[in-house]
Design a binder for this molecule. Structure first.
Ligand SMILES: [Zn+2]
Length: 235
């Protein structure tokens, strides 16, 4: 990735993933307002004209008129949108984890489930989205609860295939938390599958990745899967 400063609208998403609400350093609250202003076309984020020109070309190719009123702002919006949806490339993992690993004498399974995520399929640049369940068995250290959805977000906001997204979340936790083991299950609907060709609405793809004791021990893996079957309180 380049070291160029990020456009404000991308920076604010990166900051949101890296830091807790109310935690420093945060961009000033006006950053959100300016993001809205950007959305209105007052400013573009990191405009270079190349992406805009490419989007105009796509519009022409599909038989549209990029100069008709409804499409005039589209190339700029598409440029900003892709920068936002791929903001995960710019998240600093050290900053995300920062100060949220605690020494705790707890060695039972920690499960965080029904974490919503939205990602982009790298084959078609179409969304795939669903929920993630992440579990680990601590080895003397636990991670602040709110960090796990942020880890998912960091990797989801990139061009992905679901298998790699699942693996990256698991490996990140294994590397930074050094638990006894990690299990990740993701279920998602891929618009490239449901919008194109044979329509099978409701097609859900499930991927899983297990490491450490989750891989070695059937009982641990079964306990994890049993957690996923159980309805959540309030569900
Ligand atoms: Zn696809």
């Amino acid at each position: 990735m380049t070291d160029q400063p990020l456009p404000d609208h991308v920076r604010s998403i990166v900051d949101e993933i890296e830091t807790e609400i109310g935690e420093l350093p945060r961009p000033d609250p006006d950053a959100l307002v300016s993001a809205a202003a950007i959305e209105g076309g007052a400013r573009s984020g990191g405009p270079n004209g190349r992406v805009e020109a490419a989007v105009r070309e796509i519009l022409r190719e599909i038989g549209e008129d990029p100069d008709r009123q409804g499409l005039l702002g589209t190339p700029g919006r598409v440029h900003r949108m892709y920068a936002e949806l791929t903001a995960g490339y710019h998240v600093d993992p050290a900053r995300l984890i920062n100060g949220a690993i605690y020494d705790v004498d707890y060695s039972e399974m920690v499960v965080v489930k029904e974490i919503p995520f939205y990602s982009l399929c790298e084959h078609h640049l179409l969304p795939f989205f669903g929920t993630a369940a992440v579990a680990y068995i601590p080895n003397g250290r636990v991670l602040g609860l709110s960090k796990i959805p942020r880890i998912v977000e960091m990797y989801a906001r990139r061009l992905q295939v679901q298998e790699r997204l699942t693996l990256q979340v698991a490996e990140f936790l294994m590397e930074h938390l050094r638990p006894q083991g990690v299990g990740v299950v993701m279920e998602a609907t891929h618009l490239c599958a449901v919008m194109r060709g044979v329509r099978k609405p409701g097609t859900v793809m499930t991927t899983s990745h297990v490491l450490g004791i989750f891989r070695a021990n059937d009982k641990t893996r079964s306990e994890f899967l049993a957690h996923l079957q159980r309805p959540s309180p309030g569900a």
